[in-house]
Design a protein. Structure first.
Length: 382
């Protein structure tokens, strides 16, 4: 009998999911006991507007369970200075729990503060604009809102509270942006996974494909019928499923060009009023355009055409003009491309080499093809 070879491998830690997820209408009202089990002196982190908005939702819980809570804004941004100041607030308050409330940046900052203080973390998203409430990752920006780097965290949140009533109070635009961000999971994971035959990677990539199909098939109905059953399905798909994919796929299912282009765009002040998912959605189109240009990939061309029609249907940006960058200069696009193509950028997960000049050409030609007219780029370098 032939002896089987003993396989050895390095240990891989998967950050698959929060320890507990509570979702549904009125979920916050039902979460008091779960919050109180995690700590008695919580620090609530969010934006100034959000902290005022959430007070009537959380105050009854704090009073009922005798929690000594305080709150602090992450202003001016999810940046290093805010992190340092919030760490001091947590220490001065003797916080034993962090509650992050708001959009992606607020939740990212809350997760990072909790990790650095070795405290449990509760995330409460106020919109379905990102999957930040789920993931074990924090993004750091400059005080002006330009992306700097991300910080991988050792575990997802202890408790995620997805309250449909709270999500429904957010502008419709936030859910549309979340759909754009979630779509990127398929277009990026299917590339970054390469030819991997690992079972978990295959499972993650197939889940990304299913997520894409759900979004393409159900988003319009969901947006037309807010708070309905299909709307709840899309909220779940946007906030929860990307984290499942990233948790199972790990390093094999990372971001690629779409998010790298987002990161570059954040360095243009004109984009700071845009939502994360809006820039990522445009980045998907540019990634597919790169695959067309460099590889003559006809499947990428077909996929991009499908997305252009879908974007038009639900209101995602298809071009630089749709992003409000109709007056962008060539120098500004070169800046975006240089940052997106930095040596450590995830754009290099593409199966071919990308130069900044090629990326500029893809950004411009994506606009040309989607709008059917050329873009007049200024040569102004000021």
């Amino acid at each position: 009998m032939k002896q089987q070879t003993q396989l050895t491998s390095s240990v891989v830690t998967l950050q698959v999911s929060p320890a507990q997820v509570m979702r549904g209408q009125g979920a916050i009202k039902q979460a008091g006991s779960a919050i109180a089990q995690l700590g008695k002196t919580p620090l609530v982190i969010g934006g100034e507007h959000t902290l005022k908005l959430i007070q009537p939702w959380l105050e009854p819980i704090f009073e009922h369970y005798h929690l000594k809570a305080t709150s602090a804004s992450y202003s001016p941004d999810s940046c290093e200075r805010s992190q340092q100041e919030l760490q001091m607030v947590a220490s001065d308050h003797r916080a034993d729990l962090i509650i992050g409330i708001g959009g992606g940046k607020a939740l990212d900052m809350a997760k990072l503060v909790a990790y650095n203080a070795n405290l449990p973390i509760v995330t409460i998203p106020t919109s379905a604009a990102t999957c930040a409430a789920w993931t074990a990752l924090s993004n750091i920006y400059t005080e002006e809102g330009a992306f700097q780097y991300d910080v991988p965290l050792p575990y997802p949140p202890n408790l995620l509270i997805l309250d449909y009533d709270l999500i429904a109070s957010a502008p419709k635009r936030t859910l549309i942006a979340g759909i754009g961000d979630a779509l990127a999971k398929w277009y990026e994971a299917s590339v970054s996974s390469g030819d991997s035959t690992a079972s978990l990677t295959i499972s993650a990539v197939q889940q990304a494909r299913i997520l894409r199909d759900i979004l393409l098939q159900k988003s319009k109905t969901a947006l037309d019928h807010p708070q309905g059953e299909v709307w709840q399905e899309i909220v779940d798909a946007v906030v929860l499923l990307p984290g499942v994919i990233g948790g199972l796929g790990g390093a094999n299912c990372r971001t690629v060009a779409a998010h790298a282009i987002h990161n570059g765009l954040t360095h243009l002040p004109a984009t700071h009023d845009l939502l994360h998912g809006e820039k990522v959605a445009y980045g998907i189109l540019v990634q597919l355009r790169l695959e067309e240009m460099v590889q003559n990939n006809k499947l990428a061309a077909s996929a991009r055409q499908q997305l252009l029609e879908f974007y038009a249907e639900i209101g995602l940006p298809k071009s630089l003009e749709d992003l409000g960058l109709e007056n962008v200069t060539l120098a500004e696009l070169q800046k975006v491309a240089t940052i997106a193509c930095a040596p450590e950028s995830d754009i290099h997960r593409l199966p071919f080499t990308v130069e900044s000049t090629e990326l500029v050409a893809a950004m411009v030609s994506t606009t040309v093809v989607s709008n059917g007219k050329p873009v007049a780029l200024s040569q102004d370098h000021e």
